[in-house]
Unconditional design. Structure first.
Length: 266
């Protein structure tokens, strides 16, 4: 049976590309939202800098949930913020959701399929250390693939423009994506179903990894002439991987359709 939580006030740490869209969606549902930014004085936000403990006093004392959109690092400061602020929220079993990245996974094979049980790359002073610490305390980690779409802060991210600007060098690498609107819906659903998702790591992607070359051709663009026998011969160095979203699909429901990159050309 699905257990549903109702939240009335949410703290969003980081009002950036996803955070601003999440804030807008929550507010439209009648949820009171407090967002943080590093700078002072931006309307509707409070200043918060993880490394500056003086700013921690700006955080609201009573919230029903927290969404941490920024990298959870360094670990020492994450631990201190937990002890000073987050522990009471977690102890009351209220939702704390932390955004991670699929770069956390270590792949041994080219184009390897990856799920939540895949081993993680061990790096000192990485965001994964903070995510793991908070997950052990009861937070839910949403492991995000590449983020694209139109944000409520006015910014846009699109793989087509990444290619057109010359950012893409390896066209034989799989791209895993999550649309900002899907990330918002997933966050809200995980928050509602926190008793079920508490303490889990969940991959967030559309479940439809595509090679860069197929994306480029799908948009009717031409691959550069030099593509790319040399790159194809040694893709291991590019850590190409394919991310599964089976756990996420079970949470969102089998009828939920994630936005995919070629949908945007329709």
């Amino acid at each position: 049976m699905n257990t549903v939580m109702k939240v009335q006030k949410v703290l969003i740490i980081g009002a950036g590309f996803v955070g601003s869209s999440l804030a807008a969606s929550l507010k439209s549902s009648g949820v009171q939202v407090c967002c943080t930014r590093r700078q002072k004085g931006e309307e509707g936000t409070v200043q918060f800098v993880l490394e500056d403990e003086e700013t921690w006093r700006n955080l609201p004392q009573e919230v029903d949930g927290v969404v941490w959109t920024l990298p959870a690092k360094p670990l020492s400061q994450v631990q201190r913020l937990h002890d000073a602020y987050l522990h009471s929220i977690l102890d009351e079993k209220k939702p704390v959701i932390v955004y991670g990245s699929t770069s956390r996974y270590h792949v041994d094979e080219v184009h390897q399929w990856v799920d939540e049980k895949t081993k993680k790359t061990q790096k000192e002073d990485s965001r994964e250390e903070g995510e793991d610490f908070l997950q052990e305390k009861g937070a839910t980690v949403l492991v995000l693939a590449g983020i694209w779409g139109e944000s409520k802060n006015g910014q846009s991210r699109h793989p087509k423009s990444w290619f057109e600007k010359g950012y893409i060098k390896n066209f034989n690498k799989f791209l895993n994506l999550a649309h900002v609107d899907d990330i918002v819906k997933v966050t809200e659903e995980v928050m509602r179903r926190h008793p079920e998702t508490r303490g889990q790591a969940i991959n967030v992607c559309d479940g439809n990894p595509m090679l860069w070359r197929d994306i480029i051709v799908g948009f009717g663009l031409e691959l550069p002439l030099e593509t790319d026998d040399q790159t194809a011969a040694s893709p291991r160095s590019y850590n190409s991987r394919r991310i599964q979203n089976n756990l996420l699909q079970s949470i969102m429901g089998q009828d939920y359709k994630f936005q995919t990159i070629l949908d945007s050309k329709k």
